[in-house]
Design a protein around this ligand. Structure first.
Ligand code: RP5
Length: 165
């Protein structure tokens, strides 16, 4: 098995506080991703490297402002690309959202929500993709869903108890 099945790239070290949520969620499933800061605009030559040859199965690309990174990565690989729009400007991530999601037909980028929730969901989506060919990971994901549902039930019990008082 390849050392890293998932690669995460993001546009700047200033994105790290948000992207840490992605790493934390992947590690919760025992996945250790490859990580690199690269920019579609500032060092575009890094974006064209052979991700498939490196053994990755899923790529996650995040940037703030104009998130050209996710689309540029998708243009250079047959691998599935998950794009995270980051909140890095006075437009509160709307600019990154539109530039991530509005891909021309033929170059899909699976776009998640803006910022930390999206960073977490990108990790979960990557796990779901890998889990299709990894039963152990699929079981872990089923447990994650069950635990999450139990947590909601617990929250509901708490609210119901407060209503009785
Ligand atoms: C984007 O521009 C980065 O992803 C970051 O969100 C934003 C600002 O980058 P820095 O100026 O902090 O390097 O490319």
């Amino acid at each position: 098995m390849a050392k890293h099945r998932i690669a995460i790239v993001f546009g700047s070290d200033s994105d790290w506080p948000t992207m840490e949520a992605c790493l934390t969620q992947l590690r919760a499933f025992g996945e250790e991703p490859f990580i690199e800061v690269m920019s579609a605009h500032r060092n575009p030559e890094r974006v064209t490297r052979g991700a498939e040859k490196a053994g990755f199965q899923v790529l996650i690309a995040a940037a703030g402002m104009s998130n050209a990174l996710a689309g540029a990565v998708a243009a250079h690989t047959p691998l599935p690309v998950i794009g995270i729009p980051l909140d890095g400007s006075s437009l509160n991530g709307l600019d990154a959202l539109l530039s991530t999601v509005q891909m021309p037909p033929g170059i899909p980028v699976a776009t998640v929500s803006i910022g930390a929730p999206g960073a977490k969901n990108a990790a979960l989506l990557a796990i779901q993709i890998l889990a299709r060919a990894d039963e152990k990971l699929a079981q872990a994901y089923r447990k994650f869903k069950t635990d999450q549902a139990a947590a909601v039930a617990q929250k509901n019990r708490g609210v119901q108890d407060r209503l009785k008082k």
